[in-house]
Design a protein around this ligand. Structure first.
Ligand SMILES: [Zn+2]
Length: 195
């Protein structure tokens, strides 16, 4: 619970499996916590997510899965959002690979039901409410990252890297999982910062 978190702020998250024209897809909605400040929109824009009125982008988000949680890595921002992820969802992600990540500007209460989530997404046809992007579980990483020698989020070395779960690389069969590590807090902004 403690060391591997990269919270930008308090977040709420929901994971589910949705039926789309492309078949079943793993979905994740991340919003500010109910009592937290709004404002994931600026981050979403910065990492290349787009509003529903625009074509669904593939901005290069990455996923690390661990027992009970997932890290959505935003390489452009050198940060990751750590969210709860139940076993069924994580297993489906491992099998299907495709995930649609949705960041919401407005808070949604942590106890929200699936119906609440549907209503939240319907209301989000208004501009400035949600940002979406598609990603796949398996991604290309530097070899030092999949060996756990450098941070899976920022790619830099560090003596205090902490195990954070499994990153996946593509193979001809099922994605291959690698135990990976990350800086225990926010990634250092520059390697020479602590010299
Ligand atoms: Zn890092």
């Amino acid at each position: 619970m403690a060391a591997a978190e990269h919270p930008l702020r308090e977040l709420s998250a929901w994971t589910w499996i949705d039926s789309t024209p492309d078949g079943l897809v793993s979905m994740v909605l991340i919003t500010p916590a109910a009592d937290g400040p709004p404002g994931l929109g600026a981050l979403a824009e910065r990492v290349g997510l787009r509003q529903p009125s625009e074509p669904l982008p593939s901005p290069g988000l990455r996923l690390v899965l661990h027992d009970g949680y997932a890290m959505v890595i935003l390489p452009q921002a050198e940060t990751a959002l750590r969210i709860p992820a139940d076993t069924g969802w994580a297993d489906f992600v491992r099998r299907s690979g495709t995930v649609i990540v949705i960041l919401g500007e407005q808070a949604l209460a942590a106890g929200a039901t699936r119906a609440d989530v549907d209503r939240y997404l319907l209301d989000a046809v208004m501009p400035g409410r949600i940002w979406l992007g598609k990603t796949r579980l398996a991604a290309d990483y530097a070899s030092a990252q999949v060996r756990g020698e450098t941070c899976i989020i920022c790619g830099r070395a560090g003596r205090d890297l902490t195990p954070v779960g499994y990153a996946y690389t593509p193979t001809t069969g099922a994605p291959l999982g690698w135990p990976v590590a990350a800086h225990p807090g926010p990634c250092p902004t520059a390697p020479e910062e602590k010299s």
